[in-house]
Ligand binder design. Structure first.
Ligand code: ACO
Length: 392
């Protein structure tokens, strides 16, 4: 008979808390170099892609694996804009999903993605070809903004907006949200934000999508899990909180005392700090620029608060290397472009669907079930049942 009990078997290696510094896969999608303040998509500097290219060009890069030429991107734009039409059953049920109070758009999106995947009949990735998985990724990415904006409008009793077919992803997103053809400067600002947030290494939501995909489950299941992971304030739920901080501070004179008191009382400053970046986050650098280009009092005020926050963090958290992260200016950019606060994280979810689906395709193509271990630290087993225990 096998003997059980005692200490954990020695072959189990314990990873650092939060899996920091542990690589769990090989990828060709992209990488984040925290010490250098650099991240890339398939080798291309992601901030440069956002500065110079369109959403569709970068989406094509991540999904198809290479940068398209002019003809290829035109065809891709046409193909993906034709995928924006919701299945009839989903369109019919959307108002029901959006009817509840309190209305939490990201929660509603999670449900809507699950419904859409079911209605589209997405099969387990284990049972379909790599090409079918990729095709499903395009459809789900094209539908994400339609679901996000449709839920928002349905909750307000407003009809769904069919965007002008000549509009790219970002401008169409704003039109579907507001019902108006957007100002080109604002659409371009949002487009840069959306490109910057398409992917970012093995972040928590991408990892979640990979874990679910590794079981062979369908793409809908992986996307629903990813949205769940993104919803947490430590991941995607921070931009509206960062903007809330600006509101609470109100005036420049109050910034220092407010921020200092917050950190002293053990709170975290939303929009600061990052697991990987130990220098400026290139996304925040570009978004600061975009926010200032868009103009307005809020961007200038945010810049003042940012400088003050960095000073406070330097004083109270010395040596932790805390810098501004993507979320701080994301809120300012989206707010200035007319995106309501409750839609910040859903907007992020929409662009991140590009990265999630690329990761799902990669995981499905080179799969091994992700199944780590834990080191058991409870009472030494086997613990005898209490005297007289019986079925009840
Ligand atoms: N404000 C104040 N202190 C902070 C902050 C912050 N924003 N971030 C980290 N710290 C401090 C911690 O209190 C800790 O201090 P201690 O050594 O005195 O205990 C130290 O820095 C290290 O913190 P960790 O929690 O170990 O850092 P970790 O790498 O796990 O956290 C995280 C990264 C979650 C992003 C963190 O910086 C944070 O909570 N930031 C605020 C929330 C936020 O902006 N989230 C968006 C992230 S970007 C994205 O996911 C898209």
């Amino acid at each position: 008979m096998t003997q059980v009990g005692g200490a954990a078997p020695p072959q189990v290696a314990m990873a650092a808390p939060g899996l920091e510094g542990v690589a769990v896969a090989e990828t060709t999608i992209g990488d984040v170099r925290g010490e250098e303040g650099f991240f890339h998509y398939r080798g291309y500097n992601a901030a440069e892609l956002a500065r110079r290219l369109s959403f569709e060009q970068v989406w094509h890069l991540l999904s198809e694996g290479f940068l398209p030429d002019a003809g290829q991107v035109a065809a891709f734009r046409q193909r993906t804009s034709a995928m924006r039409s919701l299945p009839e059953q989903v369109a019919r049920l959307l108002p029901e999903l959006a009817a509840g109070e309190p209305f939490v758009p990201l929660t509603a999106l999670r449900t809507a993605v699950s419904l859409t995947a079911g209605v589209l009949g997405l099969q387990p990735v284990m049972d379909i070809s790599a090409e079918e998985v990729r095709q499903q990724g395009l459809v789900m990415t094209a539908l994400a903004p339609v679901l996000v904006t449709g839920l928002y409008r349905a909750h307000r009793g407003e009809p769904l907006v069919v965007p002008d077919p000549d509009l790219g992803y970002a401008a169409a997103y704003l039109q579907m949200l507001t019902g108006r053809r957007p100002d080109p400067l604002q659409a371009r600002a949002v487009e840069k934000y959306l490109i910057l947030t398409m992917d970012h290494g093995f972040n928590a939501s991408t990892f979640t999508a990979r874990v679910i995909t590794s079981t062979g489950a369908d793409m809908g299941a992986a996307l629903v899990g990813a949205i769940g992971a993104l919803s947490g304030p430590l991941h995607g739920g921070a931009p509206s909180r960062a903007l809330q901080t600006l509101d609470e501070i109100g005036t420049e004179e109050r910034a220092y005392d407010y921020l200092r008191q917050k950190v002293e009382s053990g709170d975290r400053l939303m929009g600061f700090g990052h697991r990987v970046y130990k220098t400026d986050d290139p996304r925040s650098t570009l978004l600061r620029e975009v926010a200032l280009e868009l103009g307005g009092e809020q961007a200038r005020f945010a810049e003042h608060v940012e400088q003050t926050a960095l000073r406070v963090l330097g004083e109270l958290k010395p040596g932790r290397r805390l810098y501004t992260n993507v979320e701080f200016y994301a809120g300012v950019v989206m707010n200035t472009a007319g995106i309501p606060r409750e839609m910040f994280t859903p907007t992020f979810a929409s662009s991140r669907t590009v990265g999630w689906t690329a990761a799902i395709c990669e995981q499905a193509a080179h799969n091994r079930l992700i199944r780590p271990s834990a080191v058991y630290v409870g009472p030494t087993p086997p613990v005898p049942l209490p005297e007289g225990s019986r079925y009840a």
